[in-house]
Design a protein around this ligand. Structure first.
Ligand code: C2O
Ligand code: CU
Ligand code: CU
Length: 485
């Protein structure tokens, strides 16, 4: 009932809005010192339980779904003009199995073109597959068919729009959802949850805030950090019962490290494939686009915050990490008598190492200024000196080969390198970070540094893209094509 009246009040417009919003109980709090004046009303934790997005589950080898992208979803406990799929942000969780066909009728009820990308699915990029060159006009639909290979690893993937020039606005607006490939070993966990993290800035009238040139250059970070569309919800747990959390960094630009007070997290998978064994070294950095599956094992009753620690994603004055302070994402609320959780398996079904490379190439992400610094000048975002051109073939690869790519970053901000369809294994990085030996699909290339990756172009042929997953950079041109034939 309050939902309807609030929605009506929003529709009425005018001076009534601020009063109605201010009167809504416990909804929006600021997340950092940089929150926009007038955009928030101070509030606390709502103690709302972490929502489970609706699940659409495949049967008999297929999953047929309809996704409608449109404005008007509930965010952080209020009705807004933010964007969602089928009326919610995040959209439904799609669950398939290796060998399934996922058929998606995507309908565009936005006022601009869009399309759909299944980030992490190793499927064909051609035709009605995971084709980033598809353009769905407002009011139109497109029928996608994603054929998940029978040998696809089980894990946590996600989906979001990918229409060049509008990706950041549409993701920041709320268009994202989880896509799980089921299977894998039975783990001793009592619960299995998606934690899809987004950030957004809302104006007092509930519309998504406009983003300025400086934010687009650095990569925008929203004032509100949400998990499953909620602000600081509660994750209930029982001592002695472990939980698997599938964390998706669906933020447009934010890089974070997740920790839980008093609880070492056991990482079991990254970017949708298992690690060789659980790792509890505390290094859980997620760049935009990354996923990480962790097991948390509560042992005593209490309240423990899930904290996103900021990661400096630049150097010097260009450090774009405006969230200079840790952000509370949610609270783990544990009850029951003290008990320890069952041990995790000592080994996990990681994929075998990729064969050595037989070809090498390098590619450089560049960010330059086309005008005076901070004076409204347009940043120039390029790969190998050229802004994205969907009609140009940038990298032509012989199907079936394994290549080693050195991705260089000449600039003052870290850029998350992302390649569609063909995951890669990190071989080395200029900052000397440890490598995992298993595939991933987003890796942070340090400011002024490089990352070397090994890519097996053995699964699919076709034409797709690689780009910076700071989606403001991608929209501004930091994307290139790759053709495998
Ligand atoms: Cu998650 Cu090309 O994108
Ligand atoms: Cu992708
Ligand atoms: Cu970038």
């Amino acid at each position: 009932m309050t939902r309807i009246s609030r929605r009506r009040a929003l529709a009425l417009g005018g001076a009534g809005i601020a009063a109605v919003i201010a009167g809504a109980a416990g909804w929006v709090a600021t997340d950092g010192p940089t929150a926009r004046a007038g955009g928030q009303v101070p509030g606390g934790s709502t103690d709302e339980e972490l929502a489970r997005p609706a699940e659409l589950v495949g049967r008999d080898g297929r999953l047929d779904v309809e996704l409608v992208a449109a404005a008007g979803v509930r965010i952080a406990g209020r009705e807004t003009r933010a964007l969602g799929f089928n009326g919610s942000s995040p959209g439904p969780t799609l669950r398939v199995r290796p060998g399934d066909e996922l058929a998606v009728r995507m309908t565009n009820h936005l006022d601009q073109p869009t399309n759909l990308h299944t980030h992490g699915l190793r499927v064909s990029p051609q035709g009605d597959g995971d084709n980033p060159f598809v353009r769905i006009e407002p009011g139109a639909s497109f029928d996608y068919r994603f054929r998940v290979p029978a040998h696809h690893p089980p894990g946590t993937q996600w989906y979001h729009p990918h229409h060049h020039g509008m990706v950041a606005d549409q993701l920041f607006g709320g268009l994202a959802g989880a896509l799980l490939v089921d299977g894998g070993p039975a783990l001793p966990v009592a619960d299995d949850r998606v934690l899809l993290v987004t950030d957004i800035t809302l104006d007092p009238d509930g519309s998504v805030a406009a983003v300025g040139a400086m934010d687009r250059m650095q990569g925008r970070e929203g004032d509100l950090v949400l998990v499953n569309g909620q602000h600081r919800p509660v994750v209930p747990a029982t001592a002695g019962h472990a939980q698997r959390w599938r964390i998706v960094n669906a933020c447009t630009s934010r890089v974070f490290m997740l920790r839980v007070e008093g609880h070492p997290l056991a990482r079991i998978a990254q970017d949708g494939t298992f690690l060789p064994a659980p790792v509890t070294d505390g290094q859980a950095v997620l760049a935009p686009g990354n996923r990480m599956d962790v097991v948390v094992s509560p042992v005593v009753a209490g309240r423990f915050r899930l904290i996103l620690d900021p990661v400096d994603r630049g150097n010097g004055m260009m450090a774009g990490s405006r969230s200079g302070e840790p952000v509370t994402l949610a609270t783990l609320v544990v009850d029951g008598p003290a008990a320890s959780a069952p041990a995790l398996p000592a080994t996990l079904p990681a994929e075998p190492a990729v064969a050595p490379a037989t070809a090498r190439r390098s590619t450089t992400f560049q960010m330059g200024m086309g005008g005076p610094m901070g004076g409204g000048g347009q940043a120039r975002m390029t790969i190998d000196g050229r802004p994205f051109d969907p009609d140009r073939d940038d990298q032509v690869v012989a199907a079936g080969t394994v290549e080693e790519w050195t991705v260089l970053n000449s600039g003052p901000l870290a850029h998350p390198f992302h390649l569609h369809i063909w995951p890669f294994t990190v071989v080395a990085a200029s900052d000397g970070r440890p490598t995992t030996g298993v595939p991933q699909d987003v890796v942070l290339v340090p400011a002024g540094g490089w990352v070397r990756v090994r890519i097996a172009f053995t699964t699919h042929t076709g034409r797709s893209v690689y780009h910076c997953h700071i989606l403001d950079h991608e929209d501004a041109g930091m994307m290139a094509t790759v053709v495998v034939r």
